[in-house]
Design a protein around this ligand. Structure first.
Ligand code: AMP
Length: 276
């Protein structure tokens, strides 16, 4: 299994047009799903699958979160290979950002600001995401990239900002058997926090069982607060524009439930179509 530390090493083994799965490592079955989907897509076109492992300093707005992000490249490489990747690309920060880690404002599509979602809780986050994606596309010379629906706003942003020649492929959310969406950050949850975190998928179920947007949002708050979770947002939005919907709305197609809550300092995201 090739672990390329530079774009040059990668180019020796992987042809232009490869299918990229961008990750920050600490791979789990959610990432494996993305790699499997990339494999299917790549096979049809006779291309390779590259999983990138890069903990992107530009998208963390809290130093502690960046420092304690789990890192284990050897295990990641084994898992990526088992899931169907042909190569892992794990560049140094200096290769991705030769002029230093960028910061500051950049123009982003409307769905990345003023929405009170990930754009609000994490200022500068999406600038960092867009910057790293463009660098990873360039460095890997990929023709497609796979993103998880788990990070719904990020997926929409990836679609909006994809350069010509890079196709964006969405992958469904993978959950543990108890319903919690898999996340690299779940390793930080103690047993009690893990149990309380289940309020997040339960809140989404409560939204499904509610007839209006306003009632769905109230029901989610109640479930999350009962378990003592700190709510970043628990809302029903237009699935594409992420705009707020009227409280009285009952019409479900095109609406998406989005929840982010903090459990014992661990920030967990989840979402799904407003079904039921
Ligand atoms: P991360 O390593 O957390 O930055 O995630 C890398 C990619 O994996 C992103 O496109 C995520 O949306 C996706 N991902 C993470 N967790 C899951 C999951 N449980 N199900 C599906 N995709 C996921």
């Amino acid at each position: 299994m090739l672990v390329a530390r530079t774009a040059e090493e990668l180019a020796d083994r992987v042809r232009p047009g490869c299918v990229l799965v961008p990750t920050m490592g600490a791979l789990h079955a959610g990432h494996a799903e993305l790699i499997g989907l990339a494999r299917e897509h790549a096979q049809r076109a006779g291309l390779e699958v590259v999983a990138s492992v890069f903990v992107n300093p530009a998208q963390f707005n809290q130093r502690l979160d960046f420092d304690r992000y789990p890192r284990d490249l050897e295990t990641d490489a084994r898992q990526a290979h088992a899931a169907g990747a042909d190569a892992v690309y794990a560049p140094a920060v200096s290769e991705v950002y030769p002029a230093g880690v960028p910061s500051g404002e950049m123009a982003l599509p409307g769905l990345a600001s003023g929405k009170g979602l990930e754009d609000e809780g994490r200022p500068g986050h999406f600038e960092g995401v867009v910057r790293v994606l463009h660098r990873l596309y360039e460095l890997t010379r990929c023709g497609a990239a796979v993103f998880g629906e788990k990070d719904w706003q990020q997926l929409l942003l990836a679609c909006e900002t994809a350069p010509v020649g890079v196709e964006i492929l969405p992958a469904p959310i993978v959950r543990d058997p108890d319903g919690l969406a898999m996340s690299s950050r779940n390793v930080h949850l103690g047993a009690d926090a893990r149990r309380r975190a289940l309020a997040i998928p339960r809140a989404i179920e409560a939204a499904h069982a509610s007839p209006t947007v306003g009632q769905a949002e109230a029901a989610m708050r109640e479930v999350l607060l009962t378990e003592g979770l700190e709510i970043s947002y628990a809302t029903v939005r237009d699935a594409e524009s992420l705009e707020r919907l009227p409280d009285a709305r009952t019409d479900r197609p095109g609406a998406r439930v989005l929840v982010t809550a903090i459990v014992d300092g661990v920030r967990l995201l989840d979402n799904g179509p407003w079904a039921g």
